[in-house]
Design a protein around this ligand. Structure first.
Ligand SMILES: [Zn+2]
Length: 119
């Protein structure tokens, strides 16, 4: 399927040719087309949908059980997280990074977000 961002898009306010760039929201990189003349910004519809899905999921809280397996503890990662970010699933056979962020807070890092390359 063709991507509208692969075509020349004119600004609907001033008719100038827009430029590809990216914007960062909550650590999320979204492809944008921006007008060099009037600063109008058009977000990539696919990236915007993914960002909205992320915000909905981020607003939810999940309660998961801590279980003892051998000398380690295991937690279950909610299916919703995996469904949202299919790349998590790919990482199952690889190591994930984990760190103690503060009292009562552990962070897990799966994959780096892919970076949108500037044209
Ligand atoms: Zn414009």
């Amino acid at each position: 399927m063709q991507d509208i961002f692969d075509h020349v898009v004119l600004c609907n306010k001033c008719n100038s040719k827009t430029r590809k760039n990216y914007a960062v929201k909550d650590g999320f990189e979204l492809r944008i087309l921006e007008c060099p003349k009037c600063a109008e910004v058009i977000y990539h519809p696919g990236d915007l949908k993914e960002y909205e899905d992320f915000k909905r999921l981020k607003a939810r809280n999940f309660n998961v059980k801590l279980r003892m397996v051998g000398n380690s503890f295991c937690v279950s990662i909610p299916k919703e997280f995996i469904d949202f970010h299919r790349e998590f699933e790919r990482e199952f056979n690889d190591l994930v990074r984990m760190s103690l962020d503060g009292p009562g807070k552990i962070s897990m890092f799966f994959v780096e977000r892919k970076v949108y390359k500037k044209p």
